[in-house]
Design a protein around this ligand. Structure first.
Ligand code: CP3
Length: 355
């Protein structure tokens, strides 16, 4: 086969993969599995390769990104790779002064709390993140039949870091802006929606075959506030990438009361944390959408029999939901998780769900 034929062959195999089939709600040979934060601090090979390289620098090194993205695929036999990056990368790329501090998380030098602060946010051009295009090109060539998931932070979660200046428990400055100056808030979220959509487009055009929008902290909002002040911006992101036909996954934590609206915002797959069983989630999410989740990440610290029992519970609830199901945790892998527990879980889910 010539190289282009080989590439075309793997593209067809990716489209027929268990992961993409489940996202589309089609029959699958087994339930596909991947883990949020599957690449990262739980893997010794990751810690070794990242030694001495600051987080944001590592995201701009295509060969390194390729290697880190592939590590969990080789080790765990997961059904999808997720591009190694961070939700703050596109903001850094347009010149926002920010850093990722070890043990703390993203820290922003000049928090955005007034109109002048907005000037830090210009649209993202593909050339701002050429290292992403390059890394995804390298990855797709090596991944063969394994799909690559691209991702970005959703407008609310990005705004929470930009307005607070760093991680925050109560989001008080963010909510003060949302309630106190709706016009400025809308403009902030609208700019973030454009940046996020631009970042997802770069990833899809480079070869990502699904995308996940991480609205990790949106569970802090009541449904009415979400609908009024956040949903239009997230919907804009989904709308902007709808034309590519790649599955769009929408995930947040503590979103039991928001699941219906998060589906309505335009997702094809709704990610569910561990607080809502998947059959109940299916009742809350509109029809025709697949579900992703939702084992509690801390369950992996329990003995294997307990992990299997929880996996059974998730698989049974997913079967009862009648929806496409992508097996995942309800949030990211915790850093001190035993990587072997993850490998065993993947193989258990594959065996138990084989049809
Ligand atoms: O395991 C690792 O932590 C790897 C390296 C790393 C990432 N981000 C990769 C990443 C580190 C140190 C960060 C910093 C960071 N950024 C933190 C962690 C702070 C800490 O030290 O505990 C946080 C919370 C952020 C902000 C962020 N990044 C959020 C809220 C999200 C969405 C996912 C979530 O956890 O809710 C990200 C995305 C992100 N950062 C991913 C990775 C590998 C997501 C892609 C994936 O699921 O693999």
């Amino acid at each position: 086969m010539s190289e282009s034929n080989a590439l075309q062959g793997s593209r067809a195999a990716v489209q027929d993969s268990a992961f993409l089939r489940a996202c589309r709600g089609e029959a699958v040979p087994h339930t596909p599995v991947w883990f949020m934060r599957q690449a990262g601090r739980s893997l010794p090979e990751y810690l070794k390769i990242r030694e001495g390289i600051p987080m944001l620098d590592s995201c701009m090194m295509p060969e390194l990104v390729k290697e880190i993205t592939l590590q969990p695929v080789r080790r765990h036999n997961v059904d999808a790779a997720i591009y190694f990056s961070d939700i703050m990368v596109p903001l850094k790329a347009i010149g926002v002064d920010l850093d990722i501090k070890p043990g703390i998380g993203p820290v922003v030098a000049n928090p955005i709390r007034d109109r002048a602060g907005l000037e830090q946010l210009r649209p993202l051009e593909p050339g701002d993140v050429s290292y992403v295009t390059e890394a995804i090109g390298l990855l797709v060539a090596e991944l063969g039949a394994t799909p690559l998931i691209g991702f970005a932070g959703a407008p609310y979660t990005l705004a929470s870091y930009l307005v607070e200046g760093g991680p925050s428990k109560n989001h008080e400055h963010t909510k003060a802006l949302m309630y106190g100056d709706p016009e400025l808030w809308q403009e902030l979220l609208d700019r973030l929606a454009d940046i996020t959509a631009g970042f997802l487009k770069v990833q899809i055009e480079a070869g990502a075959s699904a995308v996940q929008l991480f609205d990790s902290w949106v569970g802090a909002l009541a449904p009415n506030d979400y609908r009024r002040s956040v949903m239009p911006a997230s919907a804009k992101v989904f709308d902007e990438v709808a034309g590519y036909g790649v599955p769009r996954i929408h995930f947040g934590v503590g979103t039991g009361e928001l699941l219906g609206l998060m589906g309505e915002a335009g997702a094809d797959v709704v990610g569910v944390d561990w607080r809502v069983p998947l059959d109940e989630a299916a009742r809350r999410v509109g029809p025709g959408k697949a579900l992703q989740g939702n084992i509690d990440p801390t369950v992996l610290f329990a003995p294997e029999a307990a992990v299997r029992a929880k996996a059974d519970e998730v698989l049974d609830a997913a079967a009862a939901s009648g929806r496409g199901h992508v097996f995942n945790l309800g949030h990211g892998v915790l850093p001190s998780t035993d990587p072997d527990a993850l490998t065993r879980l993947v193989s258990y889910v594959h065996e138990r769900s084989a049809r």
